[in-house]
Design a protein around this ligand. Structure first.
Ligand code: SF4
Length: 429
């Protein structure tokens, strides 16, 4: 059987193909790894490559995020017009399966690992169901090696792995706990080491939502990584910098950059979003600690919380520049289906657009509390332009001379994003 797995682009950005994107999506390479050997799998990342609608495929699988859903449905419709069977999965179909099934023969609800082989067997028997639902989250113990070999060219960082899933926290705007659960699951350290060891490239990435969610596991993993002499990037929380043993081990095993969700410089916003474990008064010291360990910080900030007024943009920029955060991503609060924020805004009629294409963290789809949608949009776009000017990038490059080979391409990517904010990857979806 020939299977085509697609990571679709969002409808808007699809007008123009990117020359490169930061990294691939982990889900499709893992599904490909789970596919029995007798089948042939092709992966198309539509951000980089065209889809061949007339290709000789038996089954089409599409992973769908909210921002890509409108276009994913078009792709699915196009294949179904050609009498191909389509399976949709991912965060958005899991949150809204009844919507997704309008465009598919089958919707997989929740993480697909436990279900994928069953879907394939049922399809071969001509008995594929409309819905497959995970009753329990899959263990990561037997996760196969991801088929990175099936990816095309065009990634800033292609060799990416997953060590953990789930998050014990439940931040109101985040879909991770709804989709991946609040129980923290992790792969056996020896499996991660076996997988990482197969790749010769020095630079790798861990696509975890929070690589330090369980410090005991993280320390074990970091110790085992040291002999491999890799350099790596991942996502985590400021908690890494609170634990001296953890951050020292991270440095020793090659962590050079961590994506950290600071979200807001306003304590009230953090409280409302249940992210009180971020203590603003500690940020400065913790960022200094990252830098002391030569770990660059990508600070992620969200705008449009109910306590944000127009002053939030300048205050955040000042904070970022004072603390010397190395990169920043600026996101507009987005009420993703399945999250608490979605339910709250929907119940109070604050959502004015259900065009999912705009649910990309770069567009306003709801009525903010203390500014107009236009002011929120403008303030967000301006921050990118103000932070990623070429003179400021060069200034930051001086203190990041150690990692210039990584720092400059990534900064120039964000400089490009500052002129095309709709091209941002969906880091939170
Ligand atoms: S924002 Fe981060 S800490 Fe909060 S629920 Fe999502 S993954 Fe967990």
């Amino acid at each position: 059987m020939k299977i085509l797995l697609i990571a679709p682009e969002s409808k808007r950005a699809a007008k123009k193909k990117a020359i490169f994107v930061p990294f691939p999506q982990a889900s499709l390479t893992i599904l490909a790894g789970l596919t029995p050997k007798e089948h042939t799998v092709t992966i198309v990342d539509e951000r980089l490559h065209e889809i061949d609608y007339n290709g000789n495929y038996d089954l089409i699988g599409i992973t769908v995020m909210t921002a890509t859903s409108a276009h994913a449905y078009q792709i699915a419709d196009e294949f179904r017009r050609r009498n191909k069977k389509v399976v949709l999965g991912g965060i958005h179909p899991s949150a809204l399966p009844d919507e997704a099934i309008q465009h598919a023969d089958c919707v997989v609800i929740g993480e697909a690992e436990n279900l994928w082989k069953i879907v394939l067997e049922d399809f071969q028997k001509g008995q594929m169901q409309k819905f497959y639902k995970n009753e329990e989250l899959p263990s990561l113990t037997d996760l196969p090696l991801a088929r990175l070999d099936l990816l095309g060219k065009g990634y800033l960082l292609k060799n990416v792995f997953q060590t953990t899933r789930g998050c014990p926290h439940n931040c109101g705007f985040c879909s991770v706990s709804a989709f991946n659960g609040r129980r923290y699951r992790h792969r056996p350290v020896e499996k991660v080491i076996e997988e990482v060891s197969q790749y010769r490239s020095k630079m790798i990435g861990f696509l975890d939502d929070n690589i330090v969610g369980n410090p005991k596991y993280s320390k074990e993993l970091f110790r085992a990584l040291i002999p491999l002499k890799k350099k790596w990037v991942s996502q985590g929380t400021v908690k890494m910098a609170e634990d001296e043993e953890l951050i020292s081990l991270a440095q020793k095993c090659g962590c050079i950059c961590l994506f950290v969700g600071f979200e807001s410089v306003n304590e009230l916003n953090l409280k409302e979003m249940h992210k009180q474990f971020n203590h603003i008064e500690k940020y400065r010291k913790l960022i200094e600690n990252f830098h002391r360990h030569h770990i660059m910080v990508v600070g992620s900030f969200v705008f449009g919380f109910d306590n944000d007024d127009l002053s939030v943009f300048d205050e955040t920029l000042k904070f970022i520049e004072d603390t010397k955060i190395d990169f920043a991503t600026f996101n507009i609060l987005t009420p993703l289906p399945g999250t608490e924020v979605f339910e709250k805004f929907k119940a109070t009629n604050r959502i004015f657009s259900y065009d999912w294409t705009n649910y990309d963290f770069s567009h306003v789809v709801y009525q903010p509390s203390k500014m107009t949608p236009e002011e929120l949009q403008f303030g967000h776009n301006e921050l990118y332009r103000k932070f990623y000017t070429l003179p400021k990038i060069m200034k930051r490059a001086l203190w990041n001379w150690r990692y210039l080979g990584y720092f400059l391409p990534a900064s120039l990517y964000y400089n490009w994003v500052s002129r095309n904010p709709h091209q941002l990857p969906n880091l939170h979806d």
